[in-house]
Design a protein around this ligand. Structure first.
Ligand code: SF4
Length: 106
């Protein structure tokens, strides 16, 4: 099945984006605690959620601009792998949350 992003931006408003070790250490994404510096040990960074992309006050991803991903071509791995049209059990809970949100906003 070919997955296609519906570009609704709902997932970018609902979920935290965990960076991989490589992405985190490359330092090209804004993370929520970057003002405190980089945590050298990635396992420690994951434990204190330092590898999560910065969120705006409303909880949406900092890179969501006018309902679109402003870094689409270089978006993190977790964003590239997630599709709300996926049949993968890995994403079942996330997809259900998206469906609930869509029902609420109509
Ligand atoms: S990086 Fe882009 S695709 Fe990923 S959550 Fe943020 S706005 Fe959405």
């Amino acid at each position: 099945m070919v997955h296609k992003c519906l570009e609704c931006g709902v997932c970018c408003k609902l979920f935290l984006v965990n960076l991989t070790e490589e992405e985190y250490k490359a330092g090209k994404y804004k993370t929520q605690f970057e003002m405190f510096g980089l945590v050298d040990d990635f396992i420690e960074a994951e434990m204190c959620a330092a590898n999560i992309i910065e969120q705006k006050k409303d909880g949406s991803c900092t890179y969501l601009k006018n309902g679109k991903c402003s870094i689409h071509k270089i978006r993190p791995k977790s964003c590239r792998e997630f599709f709300c049209t996926s049949k993968s059990k890995t994403f079942t809970i996330m997809i259900d949350k998206i469906k609930e949100r869509r029902k609420k906003v109509g």
